[in-house]
Design a binder for this molecule. Structure first.
Ligand SMILES: [Zn+2]
Length: 87
């Protein structure tokens, strides 16, 4: 699972090669256009260039990250894990 940080609204998104939790992808899927959203395109590009940060998280931390993303649109736990890598 990958998280993409959206600059404009500062939301975190749960992204895979073929799916995203954003509104654009939801409507794209329902309406059948099948167009990938900007997060999926960014994920695909980052994967091709191997331009991403890999973080391992314990399962309880991972569950907290998912819960925060769905409840608040972003995860403070994820930010703490990212910043702790640079201490
Ligand atoms: Zn998206």
């Amino acid at each position: 699972m990958f998280l993409a940080r959206e600059k404009g609204t500062h939301r975190d998104h749960l992204v895979t090669y073929n799916s995203c939790d954003c509104e654009f992808f939801l409507f794209s899927t329902i309406l059948g256009s099948g167009k990938p959203c900007i997060h999926m395109e960014a994920y695909r590009l980052a994967s091709e260039k191997e331009d991403f940060l890999r973080i391992s998280a314990r399962s309880d931390d991972f569950k907290q990250i998912l819960t925060e993303v769905f409840a608040y649109g972003k995860s403070l736990k994820l930010r703490k894990l990212i910043s702790s890598r640079y201490d």
